[in-house]
Design a binder for this molecule. Structure first.
Ligand code: ATP
Length: 503
C-alpha cells in the first residue's frame, strides 16, 4: 500500500481537485444547460455545507469571539457616487489586449507574467506596452498579433429604475469593503464601539474579469469576507494584543527580496524582529498578519504552503501605504490567497469629500476630531475554499486502486458522521435509521444504505465526511457499532450511547 499524500509541487493536484468538485457536485459551472459563461459557479449539496461551515468558522473567529468587532451586511448595488469616491470608476482597471485573428481577449499583465516570469502589477500602461512589443508577445492560443493595450474597467454597471441617465447610474460592488466605510458612522453609533474596533462583512462581490481562470480562484461572481479595522491615527503602534503574537514566526518575502534577478523565496521572521527592524510598518499590521495566518492553520492548512509577500512600491494600490498578501503555493506558483492592506484614512476621507458628510470621530483625550486609519484583512471565500480543498486533497493507492480523501478539518466537513446499515434487511436499516435520527439534531449527519460498505466508505472519504458508523448484526445484540475514522481508516467498536461524546 503506497501513501501518496499530494505535494503542492505536484501540478495535477488542482486538476484533480477540480475533477472531484465537478464529479461529486461540490462546485460546478453555473447555468451549464444554457451554455455556461466563464467565471460563474454553483455549489451543490456538499459544497454549500463546506462553504457555510467556512463562513461560520470565519465569523466565529473574527467576530463572535472578539469584543472589538461587529458585523454588518450592506447592499450589493450602490450608486456611482460610492465608486467615484473610492476610486474604482477611475482606476479599477486591467490592461486588455485582443487577438486580431481569433478576437479572444487577454490580460496583458498575465501574458507578460506567463512569458517573462515577472510581475508588472502597478506598472504604467506605456511600460507594459513596451514590454509586450519588445518581447513580441502574441496570442497564446493561435500566435495571432495582439492589439495595443486598452484599460478595461472591471465593474458591472447598471441603471436603477426606468430611466437610464447619469443619476441612475449604479454598480454591482467589486468589493464588500466600501459599504463598511460608507456606513462607518451609523455602525459605530449603533454599536457604541470606541477605537480601536473593526467592522466585518461577508457577501457577494462582482468583477468582470477579462480572463477568469483556475476554477473559483478567479471568477466573476464571488464572495468576500472583509474586515475594516479602525485605529486612532496616532496609535498604529499601540496594539494591546501584540504580546499574544510577539514570538510568532512568519514566513515572509519582503519587497526587497523581489524583482529582477533577485530571489523571491521565504524567510522566517518573528513579529518581534520584524517590528524592531521595521520590516513590518506598524504593530497593528503585524498583529493582523499573525492573526490571519493563525486562522488558516487553525483550519488545518499547512503553514509550509503559506507565505506573506509584501507589495512593492510600484504595485501598491492608490489607497495603501503598506500591503502584505498571504500567498499560497499553488500548483501554478505562489499567488494571492488574501490581502492585508493599511488603507490609512483614504477611504473615509474620500467618502467625506464626495458626500459632504462628516465621518470623523471626537477624540476625548485631545479634544479634537480625528479620522481613523484602517487595516484591512480581505479574504475571498471561494478562493479560500478552493485552496483548502487543494490543501486537503489526498490520494492513496490500495491494491492498484486510487482512493481519494478530502482531509478536511472537522469544523469544515460537509457531514460529521454518516450512518450505514450493513444490509437493508433483518432490521438493520431500521436500527441504523434510529441511530441517524438520534444524531441528526446534534451533528450534521448522513444516511446511506446503497452499495457495498467499501463503496460507501469511499464515497464519504471523497467529500470529507469525518466518521462513518456501520450498524451490523452485533448492533442488534449488544447496542454497539463500528466507527471508522476518515483519515486513519481505523475502525473501533463503541456503544451507541458513546457516539456523541466520541464525535
Ligand atoms: P488578484 O490580484 O488575484 O486579482 P486582488 O488583489 O484584485 O486579487 P483584492 O481586491 O485584494 O484582490 O480582493 C481581496 C480578495 O478577494 C483576494 O485576496 C481574493 O481572495 C478575492 N478575490 C479577488 N478577486 C477575485 C476573483 N476574481 N475571484 C475570486 N476571488 C477573488
Amino acid at each position: 500500500m503506497a501513501d501518496k499524500n499530494q505535494n503542492k509541487a505536484e501540478p495535477n493536484v488542482s486538476e484533480k481537485t477540480i475533477n472531484l468538485c465537478i464529479r461529486r457536485g461540490l462546485i460546478f459551472p453555473s447555468s451549464e444547460i444554457h451554455g455556461a459563461q466563464g467565471g460563474f459557479f454553483d455549489y451543490g449539496p456538499a459544497g454549500v455545507e463546506i462553504k457555510r461551515n467556512l463562513e461560520a468558522a470565519w465569523w466565529k473567529y473574527f467576530v463572535r469571539d472578539r469584543e472589538d468587532m461587529v458585523g454588518m451586511d450592506g447592499a450589493i448595488i450602490s450608486p456611482a457616487g460610492v465608486w467615484k469616491a473610492s476610486g474604482h470608476v477611475d482606476s479599477f482597471n486591467d490592461p486588455l489586449v485582443e487577438c486580431k485573428k481569433c478576437k479572444k481577449r487577454f490580460r496583458a499583465d498575465q501574458l507578460i507574467e506567463g512569458a517573462l516570469k515577472i510581475n508588472v502589477d502597478g506598472m504604467p500602461l506605456d511600460k507594459v506596452q513596451a514590454l509586450m512589443t519588445e518581447h513580441k508577445i502574441v496570442c497564446p492560443d493561435d500566435k495571432g498579433e495582439l492589439s495595443s493595450i486598452k484599460s478595461f474597467n472591471l465593474m458591472f454597471k447598471t441603471y436603477i429604475g426606468a430611466v437610464e441617465d447619469e443619476k441612475s447610474e449604479s454598480y454591482l460592488r467589486p468589493e464588500t469593503a466600501q459599504l463598511i466605510f460608507v456606513d462607518f458612522k451609523t455602525v459605530q453609533t449603533a454599536s457604541r464601539k470606541q477605537l480601536p474596533f473593526g467592522i466585518a462583512q461577508i457577501g457577494k462581490a462582482f468583477r468582470n474579469e477579462i480572463s477568469p481562470r483556475n476554477f473559483v480562484f478567479r471568477c466573476r461572481e464571488f464572495s468576500q469576507m472583509e474586515i475594516e479595522y479602525f485605529i486612532h491615527p496616532n496609535k498604529l503602534n499601540e496594539c494591546p494584543y501584540i504580546l499574544s503574537v510577539i514570538d510568532d514566526s512568519l514566513p515572509i518575502c519582503t519587497a526587497e527580496m523581489q524583482g529582477e534577478g533577485k530571489n523571491s523565496d521565504v524567510v522566517m521572521v518573528t513579529i518581534k524582529d520584524a517590528l524592531q527592524k521595521k520590516v513590518i510598518g506598524t504593530q497593528w499590521h503585524a498583529y493582523w498578519m499573525a492573526t490571519c495566518i493563525n486562522f488558516f492553520t487553525s483550519l488545518g492548512m499547512k503553514k509550509e504552503n503559506l507565505r506573506f509577500r509584501q507589495h512593492t512600491k510600484d504595485e501598491l494600490s492608490h489607497y495603501s501605504s503598506e500591503t502584505w498578501d498571504i500567498e499560497y503555493n499553488y500548483p501554478w506558483g505562489w499567488k494571492e490567497l488574501m490581502g492585508l492592506a493599511n488603507r490609512t484614512d483614504f477611504d473615509l476621507k474620500q467618502h467625506m469629500k464626495f458626500s459632504g458628510k462628516d465621518l470623523s470621530l471626537f477624540d476625548e483625550e485631545k479634544k479634537e476630531r480625528i479620522v481613523p486609519h484602517v487595516i484591512e484583512p480581505s479574504f475571498g471565500l471561494d478562493r479560500l475554499l478552493f485552496t483548502i480543498l487543494i490543501d486537503a486533497y489526498s490520494e492513496k493507492v490500495e491494491e492498484g486502486e486510487t482512493k481519494t480523501t478530502l482531509k478536511l478539518h472537522p469544523s469544515l466537513a460537509p457531514v460529521r458522521v454518516a450512518v450505514f446499515p450493513l444490509m437493508k434487511k433483518d432490521g438493520l436499516k431500521e436500527k441504523a435509521k434510529e441511530i441517524y435520527n438520534s444524531l441528526k439534531t446534534h451533528v450534521p449527519c448522513d444516511f446511506d444504505d446503497a452499495g457495498s460498505i467499501g463503496k460507501r466508505y469511499a464515497r464519504s472519504d471523497e467529500i470529507g465526511i469525518t466518521y462513518c458508523i456501520t450498524v451490523d448484526y452485533d448492533t442488534l445484540k449488544d447496542d454497539t457499532v463500528t466507527i471508522r475514522d476518515r483519515d486513519t481508516t481505523k475502525q473501533e467498536r463503541i456503544k451507541i450511547s458513546d457516539i456523541l461524546s466520541k464525535l
